[in-house]
Design a binder for this molecule. Sequence first.
Ligand code: ADP
Length: 231
Amino acid sequence: MSLSKSPTHIVVFGRPGSGKSSLAERLCQERGFKLIRTGELLRAAVRRDDYLGRRVSDHLANGTLVPDRLILELLVDSLQAPGSERLLFDGFPRTVGQIPLLAQFERDLGFHIECYLDIHVSRAEAESRMTGRRVCPVCGATYHVKADPPRVPEHCDHDHARLEGRKDDRLEVVRVRQDLYDQHTQPIVDHYRTHAPDRFVVVEGDNSPSPDFIYAETVRKLHFDQLGATS
Ligand code: ADP
């Protein structure tokens, strides 16, 4: 469904490979949302090497989920009452146990999530997108074996170097990340679809011609006008 007016506060969901993060960044740049990205906040804590950072660093290094109580600690420290700022959450909630944490923040800080946005991509499509990514080790140009192939298979158009896959795009690693999503995050998406159907918006990512198309579809469904203002 689409909303009747543009939302002030949004949570965005999408499996790894869905393009969710780029879309979230673009919504923030073009529509003035403040991005609350737990992955980024956690990495910053690790870089600062503070008390929280030291307790989450192993989870980040291994790709396992940080326990809910530490996510609570992180957000209590980082989230302030938004005032007139419009928030866009990317990466939170990530487990069913974090659903009540978000509700608690809404009550305590006085904001209301008006949209749960699901950038829906099938697992097969996401895996194919991720494992098909290639990068040139010499000039950094990026390709995709199906969606954006080089002229000569597996070789860079600019310097003919042999292209490489990223370490975290190997099929075993990709499958672990997809499993985590299926196990922990899909149930949250299902929860909001059932419990907040009037605030739940799906944008179909499979068979979409481009990220621009998905962005335009999101803007339309979220009822933003085409010029950048909100209705
Ligand atoms: P990715 O999409 O690769 O998982 P993120 O930047 O979203 O990247 O998150 C990086 C890491 O931070 C995750 O692998 C996980 O360890 C941790 N993380 C981020 N957000 C959460 C959260 N809400 N709950 C638990 N762990 C989280």
